[in-house]
Each structure stands twice: as C-alpha cells, then as structure tokens.
Design a protein around this ligand. Structure first.
Ligand code: F6R
Length: 606
C-alpha cells in the first residue's frame, strides 16, 4: 500500500503535495512525510499519525521549493515510527518515496552496510535511497542512475526520487505498483493514482511494469524495461477533481451506506440494454463463449464472488469456481474446463487480484473485470470491463461497491441463463422486476439505523461473535463477520449454518452473539434447526431476514427485518443491516470507522 506523490513545476509545491496526499489517504495513514529542494538543500518533514499531524508540523515548520515528493505510509517493513516514515533521506543528497516491497532488501542492505553505509530505519525502502546516493556520488546522471538501481532491485515498487545534484528533475519507476504521471504546460505530477492529480490535470500517462522516467517541468522521458525510449499514451482521465466530502454524515461509511440506492440504480442502468432488458453489457457472442468461469477476488469482493457463484450456477447452469486471488496465482490451477476469468475489485488496484487475473490471462482465459474504479490498473489490463457504478468509495470498509458488485453478478447470471436457455423468460423478468425494487427497498432500510442501535450497544461489549447463513446466505454471513471485525475489532467468524455441528458449535457459550441470516425458501427449515442448537447452548440469537422469514424463528432474542424480496435477492438487501450493525457497533465502541487500525483501502502489496 502507501501512496506516493512527486511534483516538479513553477509553483511552491508544499500545498500541492499535501493536497494530493490528502486524496491518497485511503492507501495508508500511519505516518506521512514530504521533502522538497530549496536553495540547493533538501528539506524534510515527517510525522507519525494521520496526515493532519504532518499538516500541523508544516504550519510550524514550512518547506519551500518548486520540486518535491510526498508519502503516506501503511507500514510493511518496520514499525510506525518517524524514522521509518518516508521520504528517506541519505547524505543530505537523495530523498526517496516508495510504495511496494523490495524483496531482496536483506542482501542489498548487507552489501551496502559492508560498503560503510549507515541505515537509520528498519524499512526495505531505505536501500533505494542508499543505492541512489551511491550511484549519483559515482557521477551517474538520472537515466543512468535509474538504470543502475533498477538492475539491482527485485520486487514490487513505484518510487520517486529527488537528488540535490539534479534539483529540477524527478526520477521515477514502477513495477507491479501503480504510478500515474500527470502533465500540463508548466508542471508534471506523479502519484499512485490519478485521483490524486485530477484537480491539477486530466492528461495522464500510466507507466507500464518495469518502465522508468526522468521528469522535469518541461520534459518527460520514459524508458521501458529494456532501457529503450518508450512512448506511453496520454489519456484523459474522468475521475472527480473535487475532494470528496461527507455531505453532512459523520463518516464516509455512513454516507456510502446511504448512497446504495443510487449506486444500485446506476449499476442496473449500466447493465440494461436498449430494449430495457438486462444484458450485463456483453454481446451474445461473449456470453456464448462462457462455458466455465473462475471468479477471482479478495476480501469483501471475494464474498461477492461466492454469492455470484450461486446465482450463475443456479440461473445459467455454468460451472463456476471462486478463488482467493492471493492463493490463485501461486497454484497451478487446472483451467482446461474454463473459458473465462472474472476478477472482482472495487479499487482495481489490489495487487493480489491483479496478479491473479494476469495469471489467468497467461493460462489462456479470456479476462473480464467487475471494477468500480475505471482508471485503474485492472480496468486497463482486462479484455472487458463490467463496471459497477457505485461512485468513489472512501471508507475503508467496502459497502456500496459490494452491493453494486452483487448487482453486476446477478445481471451476468440472468444474461448467461437467457443466452444458453437455462433461464426462462418469465423468471428472468421476475428477477429483473425484483431488482428494480431494490434501490427503494434499501432506501427504506435506512430506518434500521434506529432499530439496530440497541443491538450494537450490546454487541460492543462482546469479545467474539458468530455469523451464520445457509446456501446463498453463507457468503453473506462471512461478509457480515468481516465487516464487524474490521470496524469494531471484535473477533467474528462466518460459518455455513450446517457446518456448525461439525466443530464450531464448540465455541458456543452463554451470551455468545450469533447473527443469522434467514430466508423464506426451502433452506429455512434447516437453518431453524441449526439456530435452535445454538439457542439451546445459551447463544444470544440475532436474526436478519424478511418479516416472514424471521417469524419462523420465534425464539430469537433480536430480529432485524429487511423489506420483502425474492429470496434470490436476499443477499443484496441483507448486506445493508450487516453493514449498519458493524458501523453502529464500531461507533458505540469509538473505533476509527473510516480508517480502522492496520487497514488500507487499496492493498497494493502482496
Ligand atoms: C473489506 C474490504 C476489503 C476489500 C479487499 C479487496 O471491507 O473492503 O476486504 O474488499 O481488500 O479490495 P478490492 O475490491 O479493491 O480489490
């Protein structure tokens, strides 16, 4: 993770860099820093804590200069200390900011230490600073210096380097971690993503893996991994230039929960063809080719994938496997029965998901991406995008992107089922009609904030919590548990209801909260028996479902009612109370909801 920024131009850059770092805060927030060159000296400011700490420091000790770099950190190597914060400065000569992991840093550190270099941090990144200082002291000019350093490092990186010897030049490179370069007549800005620069320029070039570049306010020279000059397309990005605000809500997460009716309406529109039918935005030929699908994703997006599997298998009869992205690309998956890989990612930047879809491409599969951020690396690399139209999601815990992913997946299942004849037209129309009611139903669900608050107040004192679901509600139970643990730091696990008696039931003791998603379909009777077993052992039973479904569980202590819907659509409506429960529990506990400890919005390290 981490976010990096670099600027070279004719304006004093302190505020410009801070403004861009603010837009990258979703990538990490445990420390930050800035370095500029002014009067032939590198000026450095770093602090532990959120960006506001750096801003406060800079008010007291401003920096000057028209070239600079900035960093917002999510600690990987080395604890959260000022020493480990970036930029790393060596010999007052070179300052660097880095996102990624230098995998061979142990060997490099030893080599440099043996040469007499003194390290002041525990990070892998500091080796980069020493390597640049070394080659520049040897007299190498920027292009040669980059070439020399890149020939020594392995791993994932995007970095930006300042050198006192070249006070008008930024040196940058990328491999596996994203880096965008924004350009205008009198300045250039680099950053981990285009949102960090859209308020300054919309003309953006994305470096490819192993590219490096030397940038001045007037020139941009890019080289590829073979050290040849490379032309990279300049694209116009569409990201919103404004800094997003909370629109009167206490947290981005609260706002994003409320934005779900719009996110879902927009996503349904994007999945609707000119005749008003659901099309998933794919032509019949593309659909006909989908004979076996692998869904690749991480975290919440993975749970969306698992729900999607039920839909695609049930409505379209197409075999689906779901793979955790970080596992998939290190296995030797047998893909002979598969035609299509679909990666699901809100950010489009999760490194695990990116590596997984590249792996699938190498296996010869056609690649699709269900992606929210359309100017992202995954969006650019897949053969075709199925967009979620959730809008920018800032809160670290995914909410509206998840429900929008579900909408895309059910539209895909319906389109596939219609195309291959597994789904009859009446059922397809029924589901479509049901889907069109979801935005309104989610709007109504906002009253749940009031009814769930007393439950959250009880939950906040628990040390552990189980989430149960059967069939299509099992992955939702896992998602509910993930939301609760990441926001409130309460240990929570999701289980398939029927799996409880195979082991997890041993965890049950008096008062243990058991949150169960219940449905009105044929699985209901079995879920009730499983819940009875939990109640008999003293569990504090909380059920989430439609009125008809929860009426079946007369012994539940708490009942959370969602609007009536086709049982097939329950995961979309059921996600909302799970989000609200996690949000309110965290709120009542007083944790940092939009930026929970140890997490970052976009996970760009393996
Ligand atoms: C949890 C959450 C994460 C992400 C995961 C994948 O609330 O947001 O689990 O879902 O890191 O991120 P994307 O979808 O951006 O690839």
């Amino acid at each position: 993770m981490c976010g990096i920024v670099g600027y070279v131009g004719n304006k004093i850059c302190q505020e410009i860099i801070l403004g861009s770092l603010e837009r990258l805060e979703y990538r990490g927030y445990d420390s930050s820093g800035i370095a500029t060159i002014y009067n032939d000296q590198i000026q450095l400011r770093r602090t532990v804590g959120k960006l506001s700490e750096l801003k406060a420091k800079i008010i007291k000790e401003p920096v000057s200069g028209t070239i600079g770099i900035g960093h917002i950190r999510w600690a990987t190597h080395g604890g959260v200390t000022e020493q480990n914060a970036h930029p790393h400065l060596v010999n007052s000569e070179v300052a660097i900011v880095h996102n990624g992991i230098i995998e061979n840093y142990v060997e490099l550190k030893k080599e440099l230490t043996d040469k007499g270099f003194l390290f002041s941090s525990d990070t892998d990144s500091e080796v980069l600073a020493h390597l640049f200082a070394y080659v520049i002291e040897q007299g190498l000019r920027p292009v040669e210096a980059l070439k020399a350093v890149l020939s020594k490092i392995e791993g994932a990186y995007s970095f930006a380097v300042l050198s006192k010897s070249y006070p008008g030049t930024l040196m940058v490179a990328r491999n596996a971690s994203p880096l965008a370069i924004g350009i205008s007549d009198d300045m250039a800005i680099v950053a981990s993503d285009a949102t960090a620069m859209a308020h300054l320029t919309r003309q953006v070039t994305y470096l490819k893996d192993n590219d490096y570049a030397v940038i001045t306010s007037k020139r941009l020279d890019i080289y590829n991994g073979k050290n040849e000059p490379a032309n990279r397309e300049v694209v116009k990005v569409n990201v919103s230039p404004v800094l997003l605000d909370k629109a009167g809500f206490k947290h981005y997460m609260e706002k994003e929960i409320h934005e779900q009716p719009d996110a879902i309406s927009h996503t349904i529109s994007a999945m609707t063809d000119v005749n008003g039918g659901l099309s998933a935005g794919l032509d019949l030929q593309s659909l006909a080719k989908m004979k076996g699908i692998v869904l690749l994703a991480a975290g919440t997006s993975f749970y969306a994938a698992q729900i999607g599997r039920y839909w695609i298998e049930r409505l379209a009869g197409v075999p689906v496997v779901c793979e955790i992205a970080s596992e998939y690309h290190y296995r030797n998956p047998v893909a002979s029965h598969q035609t299509t890989a679909i990666v699901i990612s809100q950010s489009g930047e999760s490194i695990d998901s990116l590596m997984a879809i590249r792996h699938a491409k190498n296996l010869g599969l056609e690649t699709f991406g269900i992606v929210n951020v359309l100017d992202s690396t995954i969006s650019r690399e897949v053969d075709k995008i199925l967009p979620t139209r959730a809008g920018p999601e800032i809160g670290v815990a995914s909410t509206k992107a998840f429900t929008a992913q579900l909408v895309v997946l059910i539209c895909l299942a319906i389109s596939l089922g219609r195309q291959n004849g597994s789904l009859d037209v009446d059922k397809a129309v029924d589901i479509h009609q049901g889907l069109l009611k979801i935005p309104g139903a989610i709007g109504k669900s906002m009253t749940l904030f009031d009814s769930i608050l007393p439950i959250a107040n009880q939950l906040k004192n628990s040390h552990s919590c189980l989430f149960l679901g059967r069939d299509i509600l099992f992955p939702l139970a896992c998602e509910g548990a993930l939301k609760l643990k990441e926001l409130s730091y309460i240990h929570a696990e999701g289980f398939a209801s029927g799996e409880m008696k195979h082991g997890p039931i041993a965890l049950l003791e008096k008062g243990l909260p058991v949150v169960s998603f219940v449905s009105e379909d044929e699985s209901a009777r079995k879920s009730i028996s499983n819940l009875k077993e939990a109640e008999a052992r003293g569990g504090f039973i909380i059920v989430i479902g439609t009125q008809t479904a929860v009426n079946l569980i007369d012994f539940a202590t708490e009942k959370i009612i969602i609007p009536d819907c086709d049982p097939l659509l329950t995961p979309i409506l059921g996600a909302v109370p799970a989000q609200i429960l996690a949000y309110l529990t965290a709120y009542e506990k007083g944790t940092d909801i939009d930026q929970p400890r140890n997490l970052a919005k976009s996970v760009t390290v393996e």
